[in-house]
Design a protein around this ligand. Structure first.
Ligand code: SF4
Length: 194
């Protein structure tokens, strides 16, 4: 018998009711399960918005559950009805929810630690962008290689590397890649390749 995703949620709710009533000694697993069931019930009552993961060309389908009262996303999962991923997601896609404002640990400010420093300082974006531009210019001025040992024109900068984040999408990757190559960088890599 094939069971749909929505059918599974309904069935899980019925089973969970019985489990919650039979908790005798250690209630922790039962509570955790009850929390999970509470979330499932929220999902069933939520507005479900279908979208596509932006991170790579696989294009996995996602379902975002939006709380109708607050208008905020409280869960993101793979879309079981999607023909490509059939509900599964890789680690990157599975971590998409952590990018929402629900993640209280998201960095929202520039944090700077001086060379050899031990404390982080809060800075603004003007500081960060000026400092990055200054360091890139100085390093490139010193480390730019116009010709290699054979006298061939190479125009490259070997003293700066660029390592892409796991939290950038295809278009952002393209911009970073084009910008890095325009600066002559040759050491360019991306987290997704690791
Ligand atoms: S979930 Fe993973 S495999 Fe699917 S589109 Fe996103 S990054 Fe690509």
């Amino acid at each position: 018998m094939q069971i749909t995703r929505r059918g599974f949620l309904t069935l899980s709710g019925a089973v969970g009711g019985g489990v919650a009533l039979s908790g005798l000694v250690n209630l922790m697993p039962t509570r955790a399960y009850a929390d999970e069931l509470g979330k499932m019930n929220r999902i069933k009552a939520a507005k479900q918005v279908i979208t596509t993961c932006c991170y790579c060309s696989v294009g996995c389908g996602l379902i975002c559950s939006v709380d109708k009262a607050t208008g905020k996303i409280f869960n993101i999962e793979g879309d079981a009805d999607h023909p490509i991923n059939e509900g599964s997601l890789c680690a990157k896609g599975a971590g998409l929810f952590d990018l929402t404002e629900a993640n209280k640990h998201r960095l929202t400010k520039v944090l700077y630690r001086k060379p050899y420093g031990t404390e982080w300082e809060e800075k603004d974006w003007d500081f960060a962008l000026s400092r990055i531009a200054r360091l890139v210019k100085d390093t490139r001025d010193k480390g730019f290689v116009k010709r290699n040992a054979k006298g061939e024109l190479v125009n490259r900068c070997e003293t700066i590397g660029h390592y892409g984040s796991s939290n950038v999408d295809n278009e952002e990757c393209w911009i970073m890649s084009a910008k890095s190559r325009a600066l002559g960088l040759v050491y360019i890599d991306h987290q997704a390749r690791v």
